[in-house]
Design a protein around this ligand. Structure first.
Ligand code: IFM
Length: 464
């Protein structure tokens, strides 16, 4: 496995999933607090009140990163910590927390990569319509400016929005994520407003801090279909590819939406799309964050399949095709490392203007707990990690401009609607004691990073 010399290895997390500390230090209520408090929405009635208590244990967690030898840490900034009511009222204690976190990272030589929005929307903004309402574009831009003014002296790389497809379609379409709305009009509006918010915030942040680099983290997939000769199926793939992979890429890179998908959204889109909106959205990515977990296997719905909500799901009726391969992770997602290679090569070919790609998330949920000796033998995660890192190395060797790989996640954490049942960490967290234990996969990651560094060093020495 050979990576480019200046390759970055990192780990990713997100605020609501790890921070805990409830509403202390003035944090406002976010949509995940409300959603988690609604019976039946989150497995086991879990919520993010305590999570991994990272708010208080961040130094210990940074020491773990140091032990793993990572170069970079991707974290997110909780909007309701900085602006608890989602208006202009600032909460200095929230700013102070991220200052402490960033300073501690830098003191340990770990480069911070900040995500502005990883799903913890202030509830008061949702009460005004959230991502389905146009007013969020200006609010998000103000949040981005405030974050850049406070932190860009030390943080150069920013992801504006994490997985805007999930924000729009899981939050407002099928409602399995907060705020739990099931309204396709709202989902399309959210898809449009997230695209605008990325562009508006990126441009504004660069005005206050011209050196910052901005990007999006998009959950991308390779769609596989059972039968390439079935036109209905390949048309469905075009629509889904437009909805999930291309929507935010084409709008940010070129100021346009994928045509077939935009046409299929019809009035749902045209009623929220004003003149000039796509110029707002147009803000070429300084780097693309790819969040990759698995390929998707598309099938046409059978007549007996009921759409999950009126109008169908996402909103193009579909089902998983019969040939979803084994093995699968604890989330039921197939393990398809080749798909990551294919996806990276596709990005290089289809968006040649993108000159820097980072895998900002990649990982697998498996349930292993510490054994009697206190060792977490998560061999399936090891296999997942190594095979996906291999795909990244191969893509780099084949000319894909990929510069970084971030494993999701450093810690086991609050996995949204699945609560604490699903464990993605390379570090195990015992939620009753908050004890951290590096899993076998964490040690393998550490060794791969160390191997890379020592081979770069010997190369440099042999040149001297
Ligand atoms: O935990 C999530 C993360 O917040 C966003 N991307 C997918 C991960 C695993 O489901």
């Amino acid at each position: 496995m050979k990576f480019p010399n200046d390759f970055t290895f990192g780990v990713s997390t997100a605020s609501y999933q790890i921070e805990g500390n409830g509403f202390a230090d003035g944090r406002g209520i976010c949509i995940w607090d409300t959603f988690a408090a609604t019976p039946g929405k989150v497995a086991d009635g879990d919520n993010g009140d305590v999570a991994c208590d990272h708010y208080n244990r961040y130094k210990q967690d940074i020491a773990l990163m140091k032990e793993l030898g990572v170069d970079a840490y991707r974290f997110s900034i909780a909007w309701p910590r900085l602006f608890p009511q989602g208006n202009s009222h600032r909460e200095q204690r929230g700013f102070d927390f991220y200052n402490r976190l960033i300073d501690e990272l830098l003191a340990n030589d770990i480069k911070p990569l900040a995500t502005l929005y990883h799903w913890d929307l202030p509830q008061s903004i949702e009460d005004l319509g959230g991502w389905a309402d146009r007013s969020i574009v200006a609010k998000f831009t103000d949040f981005g400016i405030a974050a850049a003014e406070a932190f860009a002296d030390r943080v150069t790389d920013w992801i504006t929005i994490n997985e805007p497809w999930c924000v729009s379609w899981l939050g407002y379409g099928n409602g399995v994520h907060a705020p739990g709305r099931q309204d396709l009009d709202a989902a399309v509006a959210a898809a449009h407003h997230t695209a605008m918010a990325h562009g508006a915030a990126s441009k504004a942040m660069k005005l206050v801090a011209p050196h910052v680099r901005t990007g999006l983290a998009i959950n991308m997939t390779t769609y596989r279909v059972e039968d390439e000769a079935d036109k209905n199926l390949t048309d469905l793939r075009t629509l889904m590819d437009g909805e999930l992979n291309r929507w935010w890429l084409d709008s940010s890179m070129y100021g346009r939406y994928p045509q077939a998908t935009a046409e299929a959204f019809g009035e749902r889109l045209t009623k929220v799309l004003h003149d000039g909106d796509l110029e707002v959205a147009h803000s070429p990515l300084d780097f693309l964050g790819v969040n990759y977990y698995s390929d998707s296997f598309l099938g046409l719905p059978r007549p007996e399949d009921k759409p999950a909500i009126e109008g169908g799901l996402f909103p193009f009726p579909q089902r998983a095709s019969g040939d979803v391969p084994e093995p699968r992770t604890d989330m039921g997602w197939p393990v398809t490392p080749r798909g990551l290679y294919d996806l990276l090569v596709r990005i290089k070919n289809d968006w040649p203007e993108i000159t820097d790609i980072a895998v900002t998330e990649n990982g697998a949920a498996y349930p292993e707990e510490p054994n009697a000796e206190g060792i977490v033998e998560d061999d399936r995660r090891v296999e997942y990690l190594v095979s996906h890192m291999n795909s990244v190395a191969e893509a780099a060797a084949d000319g894909v401009p990929i510069s970084a790989y971030f494993y999701w996640s450093l810690l086991d954490n609050f996995e949204w609607a699945e609560g604490y049942r699903k464990r993605f960490g390379i570090v195990h967290v015992d939620y009753s004691t908050q004890k951290r234990t590096i899993k076998k996969s964490g040690y393998v990651f550490r060794d791969l990073i160390a191997e890379h560094k020592s081979s770069c060093m010997s190369l440099a020495e042999s040149r001297v």
